[in-house]
Design a protein around this ligand. Sequence first.
Ligand code: ARG
Ligand code: ZN
Length: 885
Amino acid sequence: TVVRREDYAPPAYWIDTVELTFDLDPAKTRVLNRMALRRNPAVPAQPLRLDGEELNLARVLVNGAGCSFKMDGGQLVLDNLPSLEEHGDAPFTLEIFTTCAPEKNSQLMGLYVSQGTFFTQCEAEGFRRITYFLDRPDVMASYTVTLRADKQRYPVLLSNGNLVESGELADGRHFAKWVDPHRKPCYLFALVAGQLVAREQRIVSRGGQEHLLQVYVRPGDMDKTEHAMNSLMASVAWDEARFGLPLDLERFMIVATSDFNMGAMENKGLNIFNTKYVLANSATATDTDFANIESVVGHEYFHNWTGNRVTCRDWFQLSLKEGLTVFRDQEFSMDLCAEASARAVKRIEDVRVLRTAQFPEDAGPMAHPVRPDSYVEINNFYTVTVYEKGAEVVRMMQTLVGREGFARGMKLYFERHDGQAVTCDHFAQALADANPDSALARLLEPFKRWYSQAGTPRVRAEGHYDAAARRYTLSLTQRCAPTPGQALKQPFVIPVALGLLDAEGRELPLAPEQRLFVLTEVSQSLVFDGVDSEPVPSLLRGFSAPVVLECDYSDEQLLILLANDSDPFNRWEAGQRLALRRALAAIAAPGAVDAPLDAAFIEAMRAVLRHERLDAAFKELALTLPSETYIAEQLEVVDPQRVHAVREAMREQLATALQADWVWAYEAHKDNGAYRPDPLSAGRRALAGLALAMLCLQARRSGDAVWPGKAYQRFKDAGNMTDRFNALSALVVADHPLAREALTRFHAMFRDEALVLDKWFALQAGAPDRGGNVLPAVKQLMAHRDFNPRNPNRARSVIFSYCNANPGAFHRADAAGYVFWSERVIEIDRFNPQVAARLARALDRWRKLAEPYRGAAREAIARVAAQTELSNDVREVVTRALSDD
Ligand code: ARG
Ligand code: ZN
């Protein structure tokens, strides 16, 4: 059934307090739920309907006495409550006694067991799998939780808030009682029970309060917790410094689990994390892992204000907390960068994610607005649109009100809404009201189309130079293609940050108001007077809006931007445009792919690589070609094999033409001394890694043995995982005979490190295809004794790395990749619908495919859709994929 945003109605009852008592047992956990409720007088009197799922109901008491009830679907319906009688709006108590089976919970929603430890995941609608409840975010209650369990097996008992009591019970059991001082919606409830150890840190916040920070992990993982703790301390300090938002709890806990559907969860005071985003040391984690941990720890911590103190009224408002919190974690990571260049690198990386993942979503069958209008399964809407595009919407608001204005807006938002469950409108209104003279306040209603209209707008820019009048005119035109259910779009409010360069690459002086143009109409022109020669426009600086910018730059103009633009984002973007143009030309050209790159492009890349002042991280980004997914998005009809062949040919050409430069780059960047995960040294490792990969690729062509030998040596001697893994992947990507040996060694070295084995699996499933060898390799990996499809990380490392991240290997003319995909979707759906639905998204863009891929992909999707027993999650994805809307 479809849930619609317009159908929102306030709850008929409020729940003021909840007392939960758990007798934890993997096979049968008993849950006593004692609630104080009262009718919501604003809503007509009606029965109380509580959500529940896979629960065994034992007893229901109202005000201490038995009462009648009935079941309707999953809901428990109470229709003769005292409060339904005349004048019956007095509070009442409701006691519900249920049991559930955590060890059988393979969906990892609600209460489940992972490696002998109990965990919960309640967002979005998992609390109903723990007890009957009003499982919706606008019902906020005060929680008291008592956990009882065998002391030996579950020595650590955690829940939200503060520990107020603990002690022994009979039969080797013990208990702990937790009180959360903050009201919260049930999706923020959490408990953990098991054998865990904690890294602890006491901190004193600005106001002088003391807090205890804890990072809980399995006993063998203590040596991988330092970075997460450092990230947490930095997060606390940052939110206070930048937004004046303090930690509001005596104790803040992070707990890591290796079985988790998503990245992490912001449960009040008790964040639960996928181990992937907690555990790191230099021997087992790469620079990317370190950076991800910093941003996810930040993200969950920042939710404490943006999500928990102010929460969502309903799940359509998800971006209220997610878009804002992604924006905050992006800003956090940028603010931690000591150098401006590192900030720019972070911005480029974030935009790359948006454009390779969100733009395709916006153009495909699952396209939805940042604030969706309807859903079948809310779990399907934890998307790059809600998260990453939502963050871009917040970023545009900051651009329109300025950084200080944004801080003012945030302050007003909390003054108005602390403790409430609100909508995206409330947030935008607070920002506008705090900045009454801003462009945002003036344009608030049209600006909010970013929340309601799906699809990526395209902005077309055309420059015209009038030499006689010394005048440059820039016309901007916007349009947005239809998306499911939205045929026509109204114009978006698009902030366009810009500059002009002269032919020598010098920046023309512009007034501040000229440097930010806000496009509000379908078509508008900007006029610049006193311009002495035809300028090169640098548009959408810093990627100031989530749009596709179309501009008919000449190669010369792009080369000027690449060499000179003061905006690092556009400098990178110019190089990407040059590369993309060549890729598209080679794809369109008839016949075999032959040397797609010209001397001018190669020289420009050499100049970037050899540049004296650009830093290594930027060079690595600039010398990385646009991904196959990104290239494919630019095409009307996609032949994935052709795209793959062209991109590979470009890489090989760059490898060969710049061979001496890659040697220099490798030698100049390979030694970084003691490992530190800071952006500057990570950038050096990244560039050395790219250089080594290029050298191995070139060696593959020339048959030279020196560089593969060096890579193998590097693989063995590396002092950290980044260098080791880069060397391994250079061998694997070049398909060198030494790769086998290296992979075997790597597995032996890290056989007990689950997260490292994930990398080992992912590298092989994501390897470039050579004559169709990857699919058989993937099937073999699935037969490996370390493979387990029920562990989401492991399933992702093999199946997703192949289906969602390796287009050149997945799209096979014999359709075997699609058959494999449909089998896995159906299989995984039986035990974990959320993971299956993510996998189901791999064929979102099937309509774009050339034959024979298109027909075969449609057939594979239809095969999944024909299953009678499908979860709502997968059903919604495949139905939308096949719909003709
Ligand atoms: N709120 C979490 C985060 O973004 C994600 C939870 C997603 N859960 C889900 N069932 N889809 O940090
Ligand atoms: Zn979040």
